[in-house]
Design a protein around this ligand. Structure first.
Ligand SMILES: Cc1ncc(COP(=O)(O)O)c(C=O)c1O
Length: 417
């Protein structure tokens, strides 16, 4: 098969492809002992699923159903949803938005593909620009989303050691250099893979830097506020005309709806509409149709505050208890879990790489995500890069307990124990 540069770049194996293939395989083959601690699936939460099922039934028997399945929305997505969401965000945060500040896509992954390639890469004047990640490690799904090569750069974090075998990555502002080749700053908050939540003051500093250099600040809010609000720290969401806030319905429990939401100034939203009509005609309608009345009557707030947040909080407490039980004798720390639903382990001095550990665990039916691919554009000479592992703790308790025990056993073995 003869491929173009685009074809060859997108055909080669990537971390995100491995992750999604593992996820698909796991569900198809469905080994009874499988501990699925990989992937980014949200948990199946019965109250949330009942609520979505009720809303779906309401939609199916309403007059809006024919429109939801029988027409293309405009290229920016469903107009009514955009209006209702603008009103909700204004009500919560006073951002002064209109529907023209909101575009829908087929999931945040889709939003980032449009955004990165529209802002960075080969520029009309012959130069090339990059997206800067101010804090490594970052979301694996960004790594290969550039149409051209070398579209990203990242800054090493400082590591703050904390009590109780925890640590926290911090943005190293002293070494954060924003050159003329930087097209935008981008970070996930909460961060996938670490569960870090960049503080309000760190975010304010990034905003100042972005404004000073006249480049946008992209904030990936997939786990953030106001939905799904899987954040355990007291922080506030942030938006201004220079911020591109990317949200999603996935982590609410609706990854199948493939609905991404972009909140930005009107020029950026216009850009999304133009790209969307070329690439996909119109984004999916069903996620928006399903959620419109839940946002309008504020049921979504109740779902996030009284169902999702307590559920994930209980999960993290359980995961921490399992960690302290199984890893007590090992040189393993975990990132302070401040949001999202991942535990990020750091096995200091591990004699094997995390990719090797991942392979060994796979043979024992434990799926995890090795850390390497999250260190996008970070030099492999930094040993820390091979010492980390991401675990999804949104899974049933028996799988977490067994998975953690087997991971500890394999790490112990790697040290010759
Ligand atoms: C930080 C982050 N951003 C974006 C995405 C993509 O989400 P979506 O399902 O909306 O494409 C994910 C999915 O795991 C994520 O973790």
């Amino acid at each position: 098969m003869q491929l173009s540069k685009f074809g060859s770049k997108f055909y080669r194996p990537t971390g995100i492809n491995q992750l999604m293939a593992d996820l698909g395989d796991a569900f198809v083959k469905g080994h009874p002992d499988l501990c699925m601690l990989g992937g980014g699936n949200p948990a199946f939460i019965p109250e949330a699923q009942e609520l979505f099922a009720r809303e779906m039934q309401k939609l199916v028997s309403s007059k809006d159903f024919a429109q939801a399945i029988g027409t293309y929305d405009g290229p920016h997505g469903n107009q009514r949803f955009r209006e209702v969401l603008a009103d909700y965000l204004n009500d919560q945060y006073g951002w002064g938005l209109s529907a023209n500040n909101i575009a829908l896509t087929n999931g945040s992954q889709n939003s980032f593909f449009y955004l990165f390639n529209a802002l960075a890469g080969a520029m009309p004047d012959g130069s090339s620009k990059k997206i800067l990640f101010p804090l490594a490690p970052e979301y694996i799904g960004y790594a290969d989303a550039g149409i051209t090569e070398q579209m990203f750069s990242a800054n090493l974090p400082t590591i703050q050691e904390l009590d109780d075998k925890m640590f926290k990555y911090r943005i190293d502002f002293d070494s954060l250099h924003i050159g003329d080749d930087v097209a935008a700053i981008c970070l996930s908050r909460p961060t996938n893979p670490t569960g870090n939540v960049v503080t309000n003051s760190e975010l304010a500093k990034l905003n100042e830097l972005a404004l000073k250099h006249n480049i946008p600040l992209i904030v990936d809010n997939a786990y953030g506020q106001p939905f799904p609000n899987v954040i355990y720290e007291d922080v506030s969401p942030f938006w201004n005309e220079n911020t591109i806030l990317c949200m999603s319905l996935s982590k609410l429990g609706l990854p199948g709806a493939r609905t991404g939401i972009v909140v930005a100034n009107e020029d950026i939203i216009a850009l999304f509409g133009r790209i969307s009509s070329i690439v996909t005609l119109a984004p999916h309608s069903m996620g928006a149709a399903l959620m419109t009345s839940m946002i309008e009557d504020r049921e979504i707030k109740n779902l996030c505050e009284n169902v999702l947040k307590p559920f994930y909080q209980e999960k993290i407490e359980f995961a921490k208890a399992c960690f302290y039980k199984h890893f007590a004798d090992l040189p393993v720390k975990f990132h302070k879990p401040e949001g999202a639903f991942f535990m990020w382990l750091w096995v200091e001095g591990m004699p094997i790489t995390s990719k090797e550990l991942y392979q060994r665990l796979k043979t024992r039916h434990v799926l995890v995500i090795p850390g390497e691919d999250f260190f996008i554009e970070i030099d492999s000479s930094w040993r820390h890069r091979q010492e980390c592992l991401r675990l999804n703790y949104a899974q049933p308790a028996d799988k977490i307990e067994r998975g953690f025990a087997l991971i500890a056993e394999e790490i112990r073995r790697s040290f010759g124990g």
